[in-house]
Design a protein. Structure first.
Ligand SMILES: CCCCCCCCCCCCCCCC(=O)SCCNC(=O)CCNC(=O)[C@H](O)C(C)(C)COP(=O)(O)OP(=O)(O)OC[C@H]1O[C@@H](n2cnc3c(N)ncnc32)[C@H](O)[C@@H]1OP(=O)(O)O
Length: 270
């Protein structure tokens, strides 16, 4: 099932009467080990949130906590609550709830663009060559997540998971294998989470790992993207101790303009 079908189903769900709607569910092909792909569940909750916010307000900040696994092929609900709508900023929370447990919790802040005397333009650049084709992670049963059939990754630096690397970074490009109808912020959210956690490459053997929390700051102005575009990604481990890692990534559009900064806390059970 294409991500567009899941986003459309979510939007229909949240816009229909509470008593009339069937539960949502995510097919197995979007699994990431024991859970549904976190980028997808975060994007679906975000998409439901977006339905409750006027189009003059753009996404500035997305915060997502993965409280527990979302089981695929099993119904779940999404609840959205607008916390505050000011003159400029709207703050909304959304939750994915399965078997009466909150599994994913998103808080998003949207803001109108305003005149300001302050302008600091981002100067972070990358020097990666444009990709010519996807550089697939090897398909190892029970190790390579199923959802990766939907996302093309083209790695240019950094190690593969579980290869005993001395590094803990990844540089590369990402895009949808089958382009969506249009590339929205929900699609970007689901794309950005596609890379394996940087610390896993330092391990010699497979071990479970789970992203616990995730924050994306969206940088503006945004330009119109083509659904076929590749986006550049560079992620670094800022620190890893006590079984938890903090990672930070820059995301650029195909013209080399920074569009987002993504940070995650990942629990590793090695
Ligand atoms: C050459 C090579 C090519 C390789 C080719 C590519 C490979 C590529 C690898 C990509 C690897 C993806 C790694 C990111 C995986 C997400 O990002 S998953 C998506 C989003 N995140 C989530 O769904 C997390 C939801 N939250 C949670 O599950 C819980 O809050 C947390 C974070 C696990 C908290 O831990 P906790 O309080 O200890 O939770 P609890 O329920 O008590 O469970 C602990 C147990 O779960 C296990 N566990 C934790 N995470 C997992 C997991 N993901 N799966 C299974 N068991 C897990 C622990 O090991 C522990 O096991 P036991 O000690 O009981 O045996």
């Amino acid at each position: 099932m294409h991500i567009d079908d899941l986003i459309d189903a979510t939007n229909l769900y949240i816009n229909s009467d509470k008593h009339d709607r069937a539960q949502l569910s995510i097919p197995k092909e979007w699994a990431q080990g024991r859970t549904a792909y976190g980028g997808l569940t975060g994007a679906l909750v975000y998409s439901a949130i977006r339905q409750k916010v006027g189009n003059d307000r753009v996404l500035r900040s997305f915060t997502c906590n993965f409280v527990g696994p979302v089981v695929t092929e099993t119904g779940f609900d999404i609840e959205v609550e607008v916390l505050r709508e000011g003159k400029n900023v709207t703050q909304v929370i959304g939750k994915a709830i399965q078997n009466e447990n909150v599994c994913v919790m998103v808080q998003a802040a949207f803001g109108v663009s305003r005149e300001s005397k302050i302008e600091v333009l981002n100067t972070d650049r990358h020097t990666m060559r444009a990709p010519t084709k996807a550089d697939f992670l090897p398909q190892i049963p029970k190790i390579t997540p199923k959802f990766l059939r939907h996302i093309d990754l083209a790695r240019q630096a950094g190690g593969l998971p579980f290869t005993g690397s001395k590094e803990s970074k990844i540089d590369g490009w990402m895009r949808y294998t089958k382009p969506p109808k249009a590339l929205t912020d929900a699609h970007l959210i689901a794309l950005i989470d596609g890379w394996p956690p940087t610390t896993l490459q330092m391990l010699k053997w497979p071990a479970p790992a789970s992203t616990m929390s995730w924050n994306i700051e969206f940088v503006y102005p945004h330009y119109t993207f083509s659904p076929k575009d590749w986006f550049a990604y560079q992620v670094r481990t800022r620190q890893a101790t006590d079984g938890y890692a903090q990672t930070e990534a820059n995301i650029w559009d195909p013209s080399g303009r920074l569009i987002a900064i993504s940070r995650q806390t990942i629990a590793v059970f090695d």
